[in-house]
Write a protein that binds this ligand. Sequence first.
Ligand code: ATP
Ligand code: FE
Ligand code: MG
Length: 339
Amino acid sequence: QYVLAIETSCDETAVAIIKNERELVANVVASQIESHKRFGGVVPEIASRHHIEQITLTLEEALTESDIELDRIDAIAVTEGPGLVGALLVGVNAAKALAFAKQKPLVGVHHIAGHIYANRLEEEFEFPLLSLVVSGGHTELILMKEHGSFEVIGETRDDAAGEAYDKVARTLKLPYPGGPHIDKLAEEGEVNIEFPRAWLEDGSYDFSFSGLKSAVINKLHNAKQKGEIVNSEDVAASFQESVVDVLSTKAYHAAKEYEVKQIIVAGGVAANQGLRSALHQKFDEEDIDLLIPPLHLCTDNAAMIAAAGAVAFNQGHRSGYDLNANPALSLERYGRRRQ
Ligand code: ATP
Ligand code: FE
Ligand code: MG
């Protein structure tokens, strides 16, 4: 069984094909990062235009890479939300056109469900599992008791982890997206600045990163005014230590409380070396299996949408030709719709 998937929620035009739910056959990602760099972030109008230019080429490239005819595809999956509405619409309309022209079933997929299911291309899921979602727009702890069921047990009250990385990077005058640059700097720096950690109320699995972000910005600003020199490597290392400490500690406590078999990391920040090693330190000694996707499946791609879409398809979920882009689609509601 082959599932073809399209992902255009943000600044990557991506098409992938997988076989039998877990086997990657083709994975093409056309990134627009270069076009957005000079603006320091994603410009929605530019993103939509690029998607329109790239979608057909990306689709053809995926089919060529897989050596599979469109007729042999069993279902078309597509990211329906959340994301930028104009960007999502390009993917949704392309998927609908394909599904209609080839008379194939259509399956709408939640982008974050996709980030989570990226892990299943590497290793089979064992429930209950806990997913730590850390991306450009989301920071959440999600409990899954079975396929397609998502319970948000904690989420950020302000900035997402990736967003905090990108904003701090901007203050350090690093290129967009800043996460990987801070990660690299942090490796060369020392943790010698005391930055806040937002633990919030006792037992809460929520997150907050805006206080930390402001503390870093203030520190740099004050140093500049006083003419002091601060070492960017040390700022990066100290900032990263704060983020990673809170993420890994909360994930650890939640994994224990919910007695999960697996802890799964998802989203772009899963590429972070500091986070990866902190999680290994916490979970390697435990009877909990730690899954972290390989780097090319951490940031946006369509293989993850195919992985989530194939499971939804095999559970009987279908979308109609009235499928629409939903920029604020909730993960819990998306899961309930499938039950
Ligand atoms: P969402 O998935 O929430 O809709 P998104 O799709 O924009 O948001 P992703 O593509 O999953 O987000 O991840 C991009 C984010 O990951 C950016 O904020 C980027 O800085 C961050 N990121 C990527 N690599 C690293 C890294 N090595 N360390 C820290 N952050 C990273
Ligand atoms: Fe994403
Ligand atoms: Mg992205």
